[in-house]
Design a protein around this ligand. Structure first.
Ligand code: RB5
Length: 152
């Protein structure tokens, strides 16, 4: 699917709220089709509630990719990866972001607002959205083995 047609679901907790707003702005500027699952205002919330909204929406096929942001990205990644069909990747550098798509076919990107600044987070996000899964057989086989463990 062509980059800009991707349907992207995004959410955060309070620890990622400001970076989420910046990334939503970036996605809109780049012409992506994105839906913000909240929170809409800065408030103390529990990251699993917001990770579940995005992970469920991506797993159901309503969105192609998800982006989840908390203070460290850790809680979002752990929660999203509990949902069947989700391959969430915590990326704080551009190389990992690209590889998580090319080799691991990540469908959810997790970021930590307290770890990276807006500039780096924007580069990571752009790279992750544009990178494509490798067609190589070994990567397909390995991702297949990852998914075979879903729910175990
Ligand atoms: C909230 O203080 C913080 O724990 C949360 O944003 C996240 O970093 C959890 O993984």
């Amino acid at each position: 699917m062509k980059g800009k047609r991707l349907r992207i679901a995004i959410a955060s907790d309070h620890g990622g709220f400001h970076l989420k707003n910046d990334i939503v702005g970036l996605l809109m500027e780049l012409g992506y089709n994105c839906h913000d699952f909240g929170p809409d205002t800065y408030q103390d919330v529990d990251y699993p509630d917001y990770a579940a909204k995005v992970a469920d929406a991506v797993a159901a096929g309503d969105f192609d990719r998800g982006i989840l942001i908390c203070g460290t990205g850790q809680g979002m990644a752990m929660t999203a990866n509990k949902v069947k069909g989700i391959r969430a990747s915590l990326c704080h550098d551009v190389f990992s972001a690209r590889m998580s798509r090319e080799h691991n076919r990540a469908n959810v990107l997790c970021l930590g607002q307290r770890v990276v600044g807006t500039g780096l987070a924007a580069e990571i996000t752009k790279t992750w959205l544009e990178a494509r899964f490798s067609d190589e057989e070994r990567h397909k086989r390995r991702v297949g083995k990852v998914m075979a463990l879903d729910g175990r």
